[in-house]
Design a protein around this ligand. Structure first.
Ligand SMILES: [Zn+2]
Length: 330
């Protein structure tokens, strides 16, 4: 089993080489959408393989490999966000990894290993550990039982408790260099604008393209291109019905960031295909108002989720958006 993606080859080699001297805890950190989770799983599989290749790669055929592929390896535990049912019967993803889950992991590593090999606990996203669950894990992270390895995966390692961070050996999985994506983009039919949209994270770009976010983005941006001429009430009503709050927030926020970049004389980072429109709009923008708007928007991702006032939030956003074009540059 090779590296899951071509741009992860160098990191994959380093992971395989670590087999000779394994850390108690490894932290794989880096932006969303670069393949960290797949990399962590491949590494776990290679450690649980009972007949690894000389370089350490999993054989894909032994009992350990089969169990791992089926998600039933008795020496592997995956700690992640669980689905839970709300009182209204909706299925939601929990916002943190609970202390009960952490305690289960502590119990798990105290058992003797089933296959007399390694015992692995994958924690992802590790920033979802809350104070209680992180504290429950501290002792085993510091002095884990023999042959036990914790693998933490995180998009936001700065949110981890310092006490957790200090116990981990850290590896960075950064954004791939464009040359590392040669061939892969074509193979997957990925357009450059999707890659730009996700700031260069290839897997996030693939998801955005395959799940229709690029079309949604285009519809929203075409509407926003009308600037002060927008009908905020009508748009908010239709967007509230059609768009998930998070998608809308992501699209509108990146648009503001691009507008700001252009107003400051730079170029659009996320929406380079709208460069001409953005350059035109940037000339009409009042900088102070735009800066205020961007600053507040960066914090509003949380309350936009509330279903009752979502339409009002969008309406207010659109009204404020129209106002940043008032008064300047005319
Ligand atoms: Zn194997």
């Amino acid at each position: 089993m090779p590296a899951p993606y071509p741009w992860l080859m160098p990191l994959w080699s380093r992971l395989l080489a670590m087999r000779k001297r394994l850390p108690h805890a490894l932290l794989l950190a880096g932006p969303r959408g670069v393949g960290k989770l797949e990399l962590a799983k491949n590494w776990a599989r290679s450690l649980l393989c009972e007949r690894p290749a000389p370089e350490g790669e999993a054989c894909g055929e032994c009992e350990g490999c089969h169990w791992f592929a089926a998600g039933t390896h008795p020496d592997f535990m995956h700690l992640t966000l669980q689905e839970k049912e709300t009182r209204e019967g909706e299925i939601r993803i929990a916002s943190d990894i609970s202390v009960e889950q952490a305690r289960q992991a502590v119990d798990f590593v105290q058992l003797s290993t089933y296959r007399a090999g390694y015992r692995l606990v994958l924690i992802e996203p590790a920033e979802a550990l809350n104070t209680a669950s992180a504290n429950a894990l501290l002792k085993v992270l510091e002095e884990p039982p023999i042959n036990t390895v914790f693998i933490l995966v995180s998009h936001q390692p700065r949110q981890l408790l310092p006490t957790i961070l200090s116990r981990c050996h850290k590896l960075e999985a950064g954004l791939p260099a464009p040359t590392a994506l040669d061939g892969w983009l074509e193979q997957n039919g990925l357009e450059g604008k999707a890659l730009a949209w996700t700031g260069g994270a290839p897997l996030a770009a693939l998801e955005a393209q395959n799940e229709g976010e690029m079309e949604t983005r285009q519809a929203v941006l075409d509407a926003l291109s009308a600037a002060a001429g927008i009908d905020g009430l009508a748009l908010a009503e239709s967007w509230n019905k059609q768009l998930a709050a998070r998608t809308w927030h992501r699209i509108s926020y990146k648009w503001l960031l691009d507008l700001l970049a252009c107003r400051l004389g730079g170029r659009a980072l996320y929406n380079p295909d709208y460069q001409t429109v953005l350059s035109g709009l940037a000339r009409l923008v009042e900088l102070g108002k735009l800066l205020d708007f961007v600053r507040r928007e960066s914090e509003s991702g949380r309350w936009v989720e509330h279903p009752l006032n979502r339409q009002m939030v969008m309406e207010a956003w659109l009204i404020e958006y129209g106002r940043i074009f008032e008064g300047a540059g005319r």
